[in-house]
Design a protein around this ligand. Sequence first.
Ligand code: HEM
Length: 110
Amino acid sequence: MNILLLKTLHIAGVFALFTSLGSILLAGSGKKGASMLHGISLVLVLLLGFAMLGKPPMHHAWWMIKLGLWLFIGVAPTLAKRKVLPSSIVLLLCLLAATYAAYLAIMKPF
Ligand code: HEM
């Protein structure tokens, strides 16, 4: 598939991910739909990320760091649910993690 189309879908996955995080963390929604959207969009973002990488450049660290940020955004609802951190702080950290993930993809500093 065209790389730009993959990138567009990857970003669309991020939109869906943050729609679910807004619902879970801000509105305190325990609805099944919100958790499903969170899980499905997480998988989409990951698969499309690897589809763009093709053969992952093992000598680059930026995409491995993105993997860690992706993992954090994945466990974020559990952190709020178990009251490890307040929901608003978890959402703020997710926004910072996503901003850093975008920066890493654009600048590829390492
Ligand atoms: C939730 C976490 C993530 C967010 C918020 C995110 C965000 C983004 C954004 C905004 C872009 C577009 C950058 C541009 O305009 O060039 C992008 C590109 C990309 N992302 Fe992600 N991403 C995430 C996770 C991942 C993961 C887990 C992988 C792979 C393991 C990945 C691999 C890529 C690749 C390969 C590109 C294209 C880079 C290029 O243009 O050369 N991303 N990501």
